[in-house]
Design a protein around this ligand. Structure first.
Ligand code: NOJ
Length: 399
């Protein structure tokens, strides 16, 4: 007897991409970049170092097996620039070959690779010359991208040039939290300008190498609401949202084939002449204290309609060590994604953050974002219960 087809309440478009996302420094282990250096200064909250991370540099085939186990048809990963170009102008063939194998392994398994070219970590030679503050930096980035495209272009169609430009430059150049811990509005703006330029150069370089590639960025957009129904509060919220969600996209919109959305945050903002405070209700929060607010993904998607471009959700997830919120989190967010699709947003895919528990930047290994938990001594991966919920959704293309 053929298995009875489940009736789905939320059916996604044919060809919809279901995946997870990771980044090189957070999972590979053994990287020598500006973060590796900085970690040694005791900056990580739980006292850890990225060290061998999830050892995905060696276990990448095992990771692709997990992607398969999730019935996913896409996988978003990033390339470690410092491995590929450890010295300026010198490219490491073994590293390039290893990434080619990874992209190839995806293709062999029917998985569409989505490749991020810059996920926050820099080669030391780049950082020592001022990183993204150096006006040559976009040109250096282009050189790296051109080389990568030559090696991986056959297997990769979907490219994400830069991950979360605002989160990165805000934390590294304005808030003083991440390397190089600057606190300057001027530097923050300058880095954003250079990142936009770097994206544009990379866009043309990727298109020169292949006619059918599609290039975008991963943009952290947030849902901002006004606490008071009052003109001043509303105006501040409008300005903040315009700056955070749209200023960078506005700059690069002519060189985007798609928008990658990373959705994590909702902010109910109280603003007066005296200041700005976030007043979220926080009824549901993740282990990191981040509010869980599924409707925000719908609101941020609807805001992207104005660009008239395909959208891939390139990140959405939560730290949940006990795994007692993740399955609902996924279903609730997807319900809202489905609604946005019904209302005309061209959403083509969803990548959950993350496949594995991994190195969460200045927070170390404590936050558990993975559908699979990782034993950081043996590197054994174990599915959490929510992994099978997500696998069912991907397999059925809905729920
Ligand atoms: C977005 C970042 O791209 C990723 O690196 C990070 O781990 C997640 N947010 C969770 O904070």
């Amino acid at each position: 007897m053929p298995e009875k087809k489940k009736k789905l309440k939320y059916k996604f478009p044919a060809e919809f991409l279901w995946g997870t996302a990771t980044s090189s420094h957070q999972i590979e282990g053994g990287n020598e970049n500006n973060w590796t250096e900085w970690e040694k200064g005791g900056h990580i909250a739980d006292g850890s170092l990225s060290g061998r991370a999830c050892n995905s540099w060696e276990l990448y085939k095992e990771d692709i097996r997990l992607v398969k186990e999730l019935h996913n048809n896409t996988y978003r990963f990033s390339l470690e620039w410092s491995r590929i170009e450890p010295e300026q102008g010198h490219f490491d063939h073994d590293a390039l070959r290893r990434y080619r194998d990874l992209a190839h392994e995806c293709r062999r398994n029917g998985i569409e690779p989505i490749v991020t070219l810059y996920h926050w970590t820099q080669p030391l030679w780049f950082a020592r010359q001022g990183g993204w503050l150096n006006k040559q930096s976009p040109l250096w980035f282009r050189q790296y991208v051109t080389r990568v495209a030559k090696e991986l272009g056959r297997d990769v169609t979907l490219w994400c040039t830069i991950n979360e430009p605002l989160i990165y430059s805000y934390n590294s150049y304005f808030k003083g939290k991440w390397p190089p811990q600057a606190r300057s509005f001027w530097q923050f703006k300058k880095v954003l300008r250079n990142l936009a330029k770097a994206h544009e150069l990379a866009y043309f370089s990727l298109h020169d190498g292949s006619s059918d590639c599609r290039v975008g960025i991963a943009k952290n957009n947030q849902f901002f609401e006004s606490y008071l129904n009052q003109w001043f509060n509303k105006m501040v919220v409008k300005l903040v949202s315009r700056f955070w969600n749209h200023s960078f996209l506005g700059k690069v919109r002519d060189t985007l084939d798609f928008i990658g959305l990373n959705y994590y945050f909702h902010n109910v903002v109280y603003a007066s002449m005296r200041g700005y405070v976030v007043m979220n209700e926080n009824k549901h929060i993740s282990d990191m204290g981040w509010e869980i607010f599924p409707r925000g993904i719908y609101e941020t998607l609807m805001e992207l309609k104005r660009y008239n471009l395909p959208v891939y959700i390139l990140e959405n997830g939560l730290a949940d060590a006990r795994d007692d919120r993740r399955a609902d989190f996924i279903r609730e967010h997807l319900r809202y994604v489905h609604q946005a699709i019904r209302e005309g947003v061209d959403v083509r895919g969803y990548c959950h953050w993350s496949l594995l528990d991994n190195f969460e930047w200045a927070d170390g290994f404590e936050p558990k974002f993975g559908l699979y938990s990782v034993n950081f001594k043996t590197f054994e991966r174990t599915p959490r219960a929510s992994a099978s919920v997500y696998a069912d959704i991907a397999q059925n293309n809905g729920f």
